[in-house]
Design a binder for this molecule. Structure first.
Ligand code: ZN
Ligand code: FE
Length: 256
């Protein structure tokens, strides 16, 4: 049976996401930016929380955990080994290659250091679902706070190697601002231009721009395209090391 995913807004621009296994009734929250919307979503769906899968330690991803645990004391908090000491109420830690189980569903843990040093993403292989936290956004990527740019680039390459029809859920609704920036890097990317318009319409109607797909991101997300000659040409960096091209794009975004 396939996983059911329910995404909803939290805080100002975070997403809450629930992953439900209809076979066993197990339900995981991917991060808990805020307790109330997560509890409301569980009630709306009639689901019982069994697991909390943490991507990284930042407050806007973990601060709701204590309140949600109070309501669902049996829910197991799974946290990245690299920074579990700074996540509340951890029950188990996971690292590269580990499998996080949600009932009969299985998520492969991929370490993606960069935004934080211990950041991980969860890939539900059978359903081709990726929960990318603050490593990858639609048309963007997380700020590189805790590792060299080249390390973040390697993290993004790991994600880029997943199947193109993977549905990608991200920690934040930043897509509109990301699209504006991406158009400065690739003003002639027809698919980017078309998708930016679509995102504008979605956001004008109060709808989410996520999930996205990896295939779409590979076509329009400049942070995944540092190897492409058309991107390198635009930056005057033809033949440069892709990690350096990535770093240049990230630095431009920081100043944008
Ligand atoms: Zn973060
Ligand atoms: Fe965040």
């Amino acid at each position: 049976m396939t996983a059911e995913v329910y995404q909803f807004p939290c805080l100002t621009d975070n997403f809450g996401v629930l992953v439900h296994d209809p076979a066993t009734g197990a339900t995981a929250a991917i991060d808990v930016p805020e307790a109330a919307p997560v509890l409301k979503a569980l009630e709306e769906r009639g689901w019982t929380l069994t697991d909390i899968l943490v991507t990284h330690r930042h407050g806007d991803h973990v601060q709701g955990i204590p309140e949600v645990k109070q309501r669902f004391p049996k829910a197991r908090v799974i946290a990245p080994a690299g920074e579990a000491d700074r996540v509340p109420l951890v029950d188990a830690t996971v690292k590269e290659g580990d499998i996080a189980r949600v009932g009969s569903l299985q998520a492969r843990v991929i370490e993606t250091p960069g935004h934080t040093i211990g950041h991980i993403v969860y890939f539900f292989e059978a359903d081709k679902l990726l929960f990318a936290g603050d490593t990858l956004f639609s048309i963007g990527c997380g700020r590189v706070n805790e590792a060299p740019m080249a390390v973040m680039w390697d993290s993004l390459l790991k994600i880029a190697a997943l199947p193109e029809d993977t549905a990608v859920y991200c920690g934040h609704e930043y897509t509109l601002a990301n699209a504006k920036f991406a158009l400065t890097i690739e003003p002639g990317n027809a698919r980017l231009i078309a998708h930016a318009k679509q995102v504008e319409d979605l956001r004008a109607n109060g709808a989410a721009s996520l999930p996205t797909t990896l295939g779409l991101e590979l076509a329009i997300n400049p942070f995944l395209r540092a190897e492409r000659p058309e991107v390198q040409a635009q930056l005057g960096m033809i033949g440069a090391n892709p990690a350096d091209v990535f770093a240049e794009i990230r630095e431009r975004k920081n100043r944008f």
